[in-house]
Ligand binder design. Structure first.
Ligand code: TYD
Length: 228
């Protein structure tokens, strides 16, 4: 697959003093848990942390989240869906992520551009290149310093997210074939530059995953506040 990836020359957050980390992966991979555990670890190091999620992270972004994820808004075609995710992301970057990075914070987001490339570009068939271009425009080219992909197979993902009888949202309730293509596309994404992507088996114990992720992030953190 000719999968577009951020190229080294693409504008990124490197000029800002903070660090930008994104968690990606299929539904039920445990991203929210790992994002929170990483935030806890860095807060214990006395770092400033912004823990956030997509779609969401701003007032308008949370409203857009409701529109695109809840059932009951009638048909939402694939291009409209991609534009709603991109609009929420534009607000997120402009209002929350860039200001936090400029302050020197570590920004940890549960999903980012990779999710749009995978879900809208590949699984919905809009094309990875176009969706990437749309999102580079929306974010003025802001890519994460590090993307952690948690790999889960579609059957395990569905078992995990329906545990406790939680209702599936619009995207989650897509058939297994959709989630299979999501998984493959995330693995392809994670085969990008090794200093910018790590892929981990989501089935490993949560504490073990958290320790490995924290170690990796600490290794690339710019010098900041020294832990007491
Ligand atoms: P998520 O917040 O991970 O779900 P949960 O409510 O279980 O925490 O993600 C919501 C859904 O949105 C998920 O199925 C993936 C989808 N999504 C996209 O299709 N494109 C995107 O750009 C983003 C950010 C999410």
């Amino acid at each position: 697959m000719n999968f577009p990836r951020p190229v080294p020359s693409s504008p990124g957050p490197s000029s800002a003093p903070g660090l930008f980390v994104a968690f990606e992966g299929g539904d039920g991979a445990g991203k929210s848990t790992q994002a929170r555990l990483l935030a806890d670890a860095l807060l214990a190091d006395r770092r400033e942390v912004l823990l956030t999620r997509e779609p969401g992270g701003t007032q308008i972004g949370e409203k857009l989240r409701g529109l695109v994820l809840e059932h009951g808004h009638g048909e939402i075609d694939a291009r409209t869906e991609a534009l709603i995710f991109a609009a929420a992301r534009a607000a997120h970057v402009a209002q929350a992520i860039r200001p936090a990075l400029a302050r020197g914070a570590v920004v940890i987001t549960d999903r980012y551009i990779g999710s749009s490339i995978v879900y809208q570009g590949i699984a919905r068939g809009l094309g990875a290149r176009d969706v990437r271009g749309l999102n580079e425009w929306a974010t003025e080219g802001l890519w994460p310093d590090l993307t952690v992909v948690l790999d889960v197979d579609e059957a395990e993902g569905r078992t995990r997210r329906t545990a406790g009888n939680t209702a599936e949202d619009r995207l989650e309730s897509e058939p297994d074939a959709f989630h299979r293509s999501v998984r493959e596309a995330f693995l392809d994404l994670a085969s990008g530059p090794p200093d910018r992507y790590i892929v981990l088996d989501a089935g490993r114990p949560a504490t073990e995953l958290a320790a490995e992720i924290a170690e990796r992030v600490r290794a690339v953190l710019p010098a900041g506040e020294v832990p007491a």
